[in-house]
Write a protein that binds this ligand. Structure first.
Ligand code: GRF
Length: 216
């Protein structure tokens, strides 16, 4: 047995982490995380779904799996500041060790980014730092890149700019359009996102400046 295999076999099983998910819509990445938790691949409990959209399809997914839902309906607040305050309160109430943004379609304010620094991750459908922001797959097709993919990164106060945890590549094919590329990237998202959540929940990630180290 090698030294690293011995260390792994002696490692105590990690205590279950509490994971909360923020999602605004379909929630297929949320589902991938739920499935990995239920399969025992991620040592975690999903303690909350927080959504800004009362019509999010993700709500039904949470209900089906007995996950408490908090709706912070963006449309009901008079200002972005008031919404952010309510969102911050909902996040504090969730008391999670990790917050995952799974298709959460709003930019988070600085207060939230700094309060949950190192405890919040996002998935983006491009190989960052290329194509941050909206319509990343469309940007990739228009730009004519030959490779695209997805990135899971920690969230900081810079849009899609935080330290990168994992990336997976997708070849852009002749004749691809935004939708066909998005479909193939999504397949990779459903692998990358639960994997990054698992690494966090196993206490295997550390951040050194911009670099995320992954322990064996
Ligand atoms: C995904 O493509 C994700 O990368 C982006 O928003 C989309 C959400 O999809 N941030 P879903 O709601 O997880 O199905």
């Amino acid at each position: 047995m090698t030294g690293s295999a011995l260390r792994k076999s002696l490692r105590k099983p990690a205590a279950l982490k509490k994971v909360a998910v923020l999602a605004s819509g379909r929630g297929s990445n949320f589902q991938a995380v739920i499935d990995a938790i239920e399969a025992g691949t991620i040592p975690a409990r999903c303690v909350a779904l927080i959504t800004d959209n009362p019509k999010a399809y993700a709500i039904g997914r949470a209900e089906k799996h007995g996950i408490p839902v908090t709706i912070v309906d963006y449309g009901k607040f008079g200002s972005r500041g008031a919404y952010e305050k309510a969102l911050l309160a909902a996040m504090r109430d969730a008391g999670a060790d990790l917050f995952v943004l799974a298709g959460y379609m709003r930019i988070l304010g600085q207060e939230i980014a700094s309060e949950f620094a190192g405890k919040m991750m996002n998935i983006h459908p491009a190989l960052l730092p290329s194509f941050p922001g909206l319509h990343a797959q469309r940007q990739a097709v228009i730009h004519g890149v030959k490779l695209s993919g997805c990135t899971v990164h920690f969230v900081d106060d810079c849009l899609d700019g935080g330290p990168i945890i994992l990336q997976r590549c997708v070849t852009v094919l002749e004749g691809d359009d935004e939708d066909s590329l998005a479909d193939r990237i999504l397949e990779q998202e459903h692998i990358a996102f639960p994997e990054a959540v698992r690494l966090f929940c196993e206490d295997r990630l550390s951040i050194e400046g911009r670099i995320v180290r992954i322990r064996e």
